[in-house]
Ligand binder design. Structure first.
Ligand code: MG
Length: 164
């Protein structure tokens, strides 16, 4: 059986923070504000995976009120989501992430982003898509107030999986 999921997230761009997208540290004069590393792309992807399995969202799984998630590496949290899915009999088939940012130019980092996600998802890189787009200056992303990400994914049930 196949299951589809969608996730979306947005974080504010501020000075004095590292910019981390899909686990890759990207040189920029601003970074994303958040309780964890604020990796908006990985957050959208985790919500897509959890959504496909109807497991709620990352806010429920990793509450931002919990001190242990302060500065947390979202890529590590993604690994925890994948293990949680496996426990109930699901594995990812493919994922597609879209990052909406006016600046910086993300294309030079996309291959490394795909590699990092593929590693945590235990998928071949050909099943992991990361795309970046601008909004031609429109809206909060265009005005560089923040970065938004969307993600979709497909899950399949493991042979003999609990939900098969
Ligand atoms: Mg978030």
């Amino acid at each position: 059986m196949m299951r589809i999921g969608h996730g979306m997230d947005a974080h504010r761009l501020v000075e004095g923070r590292e910019l981390v997208l899909c686990g890759v540290h990207i040189p920029h004069e601003k970074g994303l504000l958040g309780h964890s590393d604020a990796d908006v792309a990985t957050h959208a992807l985790m919500d897509a995976l959890l959504g496909a399995a109807a497991l709620g969202d990352i806010g429920a799984l990793f509450p931002d009120t919990e001190e242990r998630y302060r500065g947390a590496c979202s890529l590590e949290l993604l690994g925890a989501v994948v293990r949680r899915l496996e426990e109930i009999g699901y594995v990812p088939v493919n994922v597609d992430v879209t990052i909406i940012a006016q600046r910086p130019k993300l294309r030079p980092y996309v291959e490394e982003m795909r590699k990092r996600l593929a590693d945590k998802l235990e998928l071949p890189i050909g099943c992991v898509s990361v795309k970046a787009t601008t909004t031609e200056g429109l809206g909060p992303e265009g005005e560089e107030l923040g970065i938004t990400a969307h993600a979709v994914c497909l899950l399949r049930t493991l042979d003999g999986g609990a939900r098969a």
